[in-house]
Design a protein around this ligand. Structure first.
Ligand SMILES: [Zn+2]
Length: 374
């Protein structure tokens, strides 16, 4: 058995004590050929540590151990959709945007009670499979404990050293859980490993949060955006039959992870009503009266309180068909890629982000959640 996987690619892979780690093959061409430049850049700079389930349980941050069970939250989401529909029906009668009533709870507040221990117990084996983490946050004693949990037959001094001396972000893969997940579905564990690895590289690509900034991941809306986008990054690496199996894998994951397809339906920037009003409207008026009328109509609906994701989705469609510089500049880019770029930008400036930007992301998360579990 090879102790350290010295591979024919410039990527560092270390086994910290996972017997199933021996089955992880980083020399397969397809693993690397599916990557784009951005992902490859992260792959060559971040070491991968292969760990067993006990080690992963120890490494997985306590504050991240939450999961929404789609079956349990579906009735609540249905209620929300119906409430929004009633709002839309009343829309014509209302002159101004409706303010939330007193005592009316925000959807994300209501979702909190579904985040209890139960959801985590049900989903940990398909969530705590991969982990992207900045190791520097932990002390030496914690790292020693992680090493102690490793199987000494597969753990090497080189892996230990790399683990103890590495201060930068790192990817952990739990090989036993990868193999088990694959065997439950009767598919190759290589496909599961690749999906999990790409997903973690997706977190790395989106890691723009400055030190000390408030972490949106600790809020359920932030977790929904981050996990759905990380799955979107992973999913777009695959084609055909493999892509379908990746979709099947995602079906096993909690609600937060399932908005990967919905992430390509609407541009989050269109949820920012202020941006649309101040900038877009002026510009479009000059350009084309027909489109101006259509967008005016959508804006008026937004301002009267129509459900943002629905209107933004309609606008996304309108704008994609509109030959104008604003969309032309980035029309070669997929909608989910544009949303990923916006998410990176938002996290970078989160401490200074205005309330309506936060609101746009919450609306986006609501869209991802509702579409993802439906
Ligand atoms: Zn993730």
């Amino acid at each position: 058995m090879r102790k350290r996987k010295t591979v024919g690619v410039p990527v560092q892979v270390y086994n910290l004590g996972s017997p199933a780690g021996a089955q992880m093959d980083f020399e397969r061409d397809e693993l690397w050929s599916r990557m784009d430049a951005e992902m490859g850049k992260k792959a060559v700079s971040l070491p991968v540590f292969l760990v067993n389930p006990n080690q992963m349980n120890m490494l997985y941050p306590r504050e991240y151990r939450r999961a929404l069970d789609p079956e349990r939250i579906r009735p609540l989401l249905q209620e929300e959709v119906e409430r929004e529909a009633r709002e839309r029906d009343r829309e014509g009668e209302l002159e101004t945007r409706r303010e939330p009533q007193e005592g009316e709870q925000d959807l994300f507040d209501r979702l909190k009670r579904y985040e209890e221990e139960e959801g985590w117990l049900k989903y940990s084996r398909v969530v705590a499979v991969g982990l992207y983490l900045r190791l520097g946050q932990h002390n030496q004693q914690f790292q020693d404990q992680v090493l102690q949990l490793g199987d000494p037959n597969v753990r090497t001094a080189e892996a230990e050293n790399a683990f103890l001396n590495h201060q930068l972000p790192t990817i952990f893969l739990c090989c036993e859980r990868i193999v088990n997940w694959a065997s439950r579905l009767g598919i190759s564990h290589h496909l599961v490993m690749d999906k999990v690895y790409y997903h973690e590289l997706g977190h790395a690509i989106m890691d723009t949060l400055p030190d000390g900034a408030p972490n949106p991941y600790l809020e359920s809306w932030g977790r929904i955006v981050e996990e759905s986008l990380a799955n979107a990054v992973a999913f777009r690496c695959f084609r055909g039959r493999e892509a379908l199996w990746v979709q099947r894998l995602i079906q096993d994951q909690p609600a937060e992870y399932r908005g990967y397809a919905a992430a390509g339906q609407l541009l989050v920037s269109l949820l920012d009503v202020k941006f649309l009003r101040d900038w877009f409207r002026e510009w479009l008026h000059e350009y084309d009266l027909y489109w101006w009328h259509r967008i005016e109509y959508a804006l008026a609906r937004l301002e009267r309180g129509a459900w943002h994701p629905e209107v933004a989705r309609a606008l996304t469609e309108v704008l994609r068909n509109l030959p104008m510089p604003l969309t032309q500049i980035r029309s070669h880019e997929r909608i989910d890629s544009q949303n990923i770029t916006e998410w990176r930008r938002f996290k970078r400036r989160i401490a200074r982000a205005e309330p309506w930007i936060h609101q746009a992301w919450k609306d986006f998360a609501k869209h991802l959640l509702i579409e993802g579990v439906s």
